[in-house]
Design a protein around this ligand. Sequence first.
Ligand code: NAP
Ligand code: F7E
Length: 325
Amino acid sequence: MAKRALVTGITGQDGAYLSQLLLEKGYEVHGLVRRSSTADVNTVRLKWLGIDRDVRLVDGNLTDLSGLIRSIREVKPDEVYNLAAQSFVKSSWQQPLLTGSVTGLGVGNILEAVRLEQPDARFYQASSSEMYGLIQEAEQSEETPFYPRSPYAVAKLYGHWLTVNYRESFGLHASSGILFNHESPLRGIEFVTRKVTDGVARIKLGLASELRLGNIDAKRDWGHARDYVIAMWLMLQQDQADDYVVATGRTTTVRDMCRIAFEHAGVEMDAHLVIDPELFRPAEVDVLLGNPAKAKAKLGWEATTSLEDMIREMVDADLKRLKIG
Ligand code: NAP
Ligand code: F7E
């Protein structure tokens, strides 16, 4: 019989790529979708990958425990991937309590639903490198202490430790992936890589004259979402649940990432890039650099896409989108 997976956040970037991977592996894929007035557009990423008709959607919201219990009872998943979150760091200062309730307490709701209805299901929690925040070690591993720097990171830390706690308290097969930034053509437009590739494509096509950014000295360890969902799946195939850093082991400034996009489009960066102090954050995470040694040793996982190839793929996708649209 086909394995059944329940993916929360299926309409997001990672949800779409993970669903594609699970379908390729023969899973029956169910996705939790929150009700909105624009049901026709929230499956846009699944449509982009051509899998919108292959997944089954269930109504639900991470803040609604009774709905989650019903969903788990209905789907009876073998594996639950908790990807849903208010995931934009900058918005978390505008909406700290909503972020806490979805990105933090929401993890408690889904863990409770799994524990009560399907305790043998394997559980994945989408933890984040943002939890390292004000970094305590130059390279961050599973052993590095956390120091969150935004309401988002504080909420993720709650979800992370609750996952560890449910594993230790109730014996759930619950794993936490501490994923560093990962991007793709399906990345939300508000995140810096996609903002850059969309902005560069617009300038190239004469649809815009400038690109406004905040702190371009910030450094991130960027990988490709298509690679990172493989690590999520691998974690749930292990006999023992555990926590893993998933990263490339290379860090780059926003400025240099931006340069790759401008160069690929053949547009001069200095003539179009504007620094806007309004786009700086109340507290910044200056640098992140992951050490993925444990994921390599135990899962056999490695990032395979370079930052250059990924940014070029994103610029090309944005040029295509804008030409069609
Ligand atoms: P994303 O594109 O922003 O997707 C977030 C998903 O969560 C969307 O499907 C969204 O649904 C759903 N969602 C939001 N609030 C919800 C609620 N109250 N109830 C149910 N669903 C809700 O995020 P992503 O980049 O795919 O990231 C996936 C997960 O990994 C997130 O938890 C994120 O915080 C975490 N993470 C991401 C990265 C990264 O670099 N991408 C790194 C580390 C960790 P709508 O479509 O309705 O908005
Ligand atoms: O910012 C700087 C900004 O919004 C990256 C989420 O997926 O990864 C993501 O969080 C850096 C920051 O991602 C702009 O200040 C400069 O230093 O793309 P971002 P993030 O905050 O790192 C982690 C791992 C997650 O878990 C999150 O869910 O870029 N930056 N200028 C800018 N950032 C944005 N968004 N827009 C700018 O104009």
